[in-house]
Design a protein around this ligand. Structure first.
Ligand SMILES: *Cc1c(COP(=O)(O)O)cnc(C)c1O
Length: 422
């Protein structure tokens, strides 16, 4: 009998991995910041470069780019990316129809118009043919999100960007360390944006980064995140600022805390092992779940040479689950296993958190208000994904093959008894 209906759960393993992970080294690193007299990049110089500065150098090198700028969060990274590219009032920014709300909010926050484009039915990342069709003379940026456990087709999106002279921003908030033909996520777009939020595969609780190879954009990104200032190029005097007031563009404060930088610097020593474990388990799950039938794992283009995971996602052929809903199946599998399993994002046009009419700052005339009304976008694939797919958190993939077998067993059990779901 299904655990949901009072039967014995499959769950032999109460020991699903916890997230986030810290080690004694993390504690030491945080203690060192506490005692350093330097808790912020805009604190005065105490004898060593800001931890943000040294972390960002390592983070840029890790991703194979020249520059990285630490940010308060991933949303701030997207905002300063759009500002660095001078996207502004009346411009259009293409965002995926299936993802977290942040790319749309970032567009709104520069008084631009988010243009929601549907996703590919296999990868659930931007459908590049539909991107092409959505381009207008107003299009000033494309935000390509690498969603859950796959990547946007980089060859195609970069070609579209180039042909139309539109910069591609890679949103890698869910894909730290993924690689397209050996090149890291974020390194091929003009700017790559990362979130280091609590749930993301690489985290400091809150945090973010914008990476680029372009020295002009690097200077602008720095100015934009630290009140029009940037790193000094000399060694500052003790007790003086490590930031120079260059004022090349009006900035604001979106800086990463020194505590976050310390956590990230330490976590960077473990990121590759974690990616490897998750990927091995995910590939095994892909194979085994396909054998159960009626369960189709999120596809990855063949050019993806390494995949990092935020969530593991499958599409259910609900006809094989007695016509029940994905939510019913998810709840039943969750009862067998003991971790949260749920539908993916709601299509962006129906996102409960997309409510721009609630702020007077976007009452910019009837044209603008009509343009930002999400009802005008067609997102059937994203809507279908919300009805048919299920996701669970990447921390589950940090466990063992035996744990993966339990997941497969749980799906198979629920499929067999699907008619009993209420
Ligand atoms: C999490 C996320 C963001 C925003 O990051 P925060 O750090 O939460 O501000 C942006 N884009 C995507 C795709 C995300 O998943």
């Amino acid at each position: 009998m299904l655990a949901l209906n009072g039967g014995t759960p499959i769950r032999r393993n109460e020991d699903w991995p916890k997230w986030p992970i810290h080690t004694p080294e993390t504690t030491k690193a945080l203690q060192a910041v506490l005692e350093s007299q330097r808790w912020s990049i805009s604190g005065t110089y105490a004898g060593t470069p800001a931890r943000d500065r040294t972390f960002s150098e390592k983070w840029a090198a890790y991703n194979g780019v020249k520059y990285a700028v630490g940010c308060a969060n991933g949303s701030a990274a997207l905002l300063i990316a759009l500002e660095a590219l001078d996207v502004g009032a009346g411009d259009e920014v293409i965002v995926p129809g299936l993802c977290w709300i942040a790319p749309a909010t970032a567009a709104l926050n520069v008084n631009a118009r988010p243009v929601m484009v549907d996703v590919d039915p296999n990868t659930f990342c931007l459908d590049t043919a539909k991107v092409k069709a959505a381009i207008t003379p107003r299009t000033k940026a494309i935000i390509a999100v690498h969603l859950y456990g796959s990547m946007t087709n980089m060859d195609e999106i970069l070609a579209i960007g180039q042909a139309n002279k539109i910069p591609v921003i890679e949103d890698c908030a869910q894909s730290h360390g993924s690689q397209w033909n050996g090149k890291n996520a974020g390194s091929q777009g003009v700017i790559g944006c990362f979130s280091f939020h609590h749930g993301k595969p690489f985290t400091s609780g809150e945090g973010g980064s914008a990476i680029t190879n372009d020295p002009r954009l690097y200077q602008r990104l720095q100015n934009l995140r630290s009140d029009s200032r940037e790193w000094v190029t000399h060694t500052p005097k003790l007790g003086h600022m490590e930031l120079a007031e260059t004022a090349v563009v009006q900035g604001s404060n979106h800086a990463l805390s020194e505590f976050s930088s310390a956590i990230l610097t330490e976590a960077l020593t473990r990121i590759d092992d974690q990616i490897k474990t998750r990927l091995e388990n995910a590939l095994y799950l892909d194979e085994q779940l396909l054998k159960v039938g009626g369960i189709v794992p999120q596809a990855r283009p063949k050019q993806v040479t390494r995949q990092s995971f935020y969530h593991y996602m499958v599409r259910l052929e609900l006809g094989q689950f007695a016509g029940k809903t994905n939510e019913q199946v998810g709840q039943a599998v969750e009862a067998e296993l003991g971790f949260w399993i749920h539908p993916p994002y709601v299509a962006m046009k129906e996102h409960k958190l997309y409510v721009p009419h609630t702020k007077r700052r976007w009452k910019l005339g009837s044209d603008h208000e009509a343009a930002i009304n999400p009802a005008r976008f067609e997102l059937p694939v994203a809507q279908k994904a919300h009805r048919e797919n299920l996701v669970f958190h990447h921390s589950v993939l940090l466990s063992t093959k035996k744990h993966m077998d339990s997941i497969v067993e749980a799906f198979a059990k629920v499929k067999k008894a699907a008619a009993d779901l209420k």
